[in-house]
Ligand binder design. Structure first.
Ligand SMILES: [Zn+2]
Length: 324
């Protein structure tokens, strides 16, 4: 029975996620056509760039007055020549097949991941860890999924983790580490498990687990651009999925997120009031730095977003807020 309909899903998605993804799509398209343009007829521009660097070298090094252009070019550092030489070597055929190559690479690596799940993890079904499957199916139904994605459980070796992924165009599936499951299946409160499963189903429901999404976010995850677009977009996606997990479970005490912070044995022992005073209300400059380079928001920021029922900050948290 669908209890979280399309309208709810729209509200749960972080408002910055779509604009950042759109920016990433634009960036990819522009990059492709600019590169294609260079490969087709950028000789003049390349020659100009080359000449500019040569003139600059002559101005900085008067003793090079007698040197020829090719000699000066060779005298430049490899790093200084790199951009122009890369542009010179651009081949239209390579530019055209690069996106196809990337898609094939994605098929290969995603397929390999699925093969790993099929071969090394446990496929959770109605007859295999039925209790776990029941939670997964119930949550998928509540999200209005016509087909319940596959779920696998793998030995976590003490790690708390889960993720959702796909075989492009074929199937989407979730993976949960056994340590996330242990306590729930031992008869203790299953809220943390359900929150985490709901979060992963959120990734599937939001469309984060598709070839299209993976393809168009690739460029935005390259060093440099990642800090401005790719990583904030990823953090926005995580906040949205936390909201889905919360909506499905009503995990007011953030048991799921405290499991990430305190582990499976102590997540219920965390003094939420003290945590709120000490780590939520008191900001920290260094937590901002930790968040800046991460694909996931700081756990404290994720907990704040849930506790205060708002969309979490992508870059600037409460760094200077000393309120208690
Ligand atoms: Zn996630």
């Amino acid at each position: 029975m669908c209890s979280v309909c399309d309208k709810d899903i729209k509200k749960l998605r972080h408002p910055k996620e779509r604009p950042l993804f759109f920016l990433s799509v634009i960036l990819t398209v522009v990059f492709f056509f600019v590169t294609l343009g260079f490969s087709l007829g950028g000789e003049e521009l390349v020659a100009e760039l080359k000449q500019e660097q040569i003139v600059e070298y002559r101005l900085d090094n008067p003793e090079a007055e007698e040197m020829t252009d090719p000699q000066i070019w060779q005298a430049l550092d490899q790093e200084e020549r790199e951009l122009v030489e890369t542009l010179e070597e651009l081949d239209t055929v390579y530019v055209l097949i690069a996106p196809i190559g990337l898609i094939l690479f994605m098929f290969w690596s995603f397929g390999q991941g699925y093969g790993h799940a099929r071969s090394n993890a446990i496929h959770v079904t109605e007859r295999q860890f039925p209790q776990l499957y029941k939670h997964w199916k119930e949550l998928a139904d509540e999200l209005g999924m016509k087909v319940t994605p596959e779920l696998y459980m793998i030995n976590g070796n003490g790690q708390i983790n889960a993720y959702a992924t796909c075989v492009p165009g074929y199937r989407k599936y979730g993976m949960v580490y056994s340590d996330v499951v242990t306590k729930a299946l031992n008869g203790a409160d299953p809220t943390a498990l359900r929150f985490i499963l709901g979060h992963e189903l959120g990734h599937i429901r939001f469309g984060h687990v598709t070839l299209f999404y993976a393809f168009f976010r690739t460029l935005s995850m390259l060093p440099g651009i990642a800090w401005l677009i790719g990583l904030p977009m990823s953090r926005a996606a995580e906040y949205g999925c936390d909201k889905v997990g919360y909506k499905l479970t009503g995990d007011h005490d953030c048991r799921g997120l405290f499991m990430l912070a305190a582990g499976k044995h102590h997540n219920l022992d965390v003094n939420a009031q003290e945590y709120r005073c000490e780590q939520v209300n008191k900001g920290s400059f260094w937590s901002l730095i930790a968040n800046f380079g991460s694909s996931h928001p700081n756990v404290a920021w994720r907990i704040t977003a849930i506790m205060e029922n708002r969309h979490g900050p992508l870059i600037f948290g409460r760094i200077f807020n000393k309120k208690q």
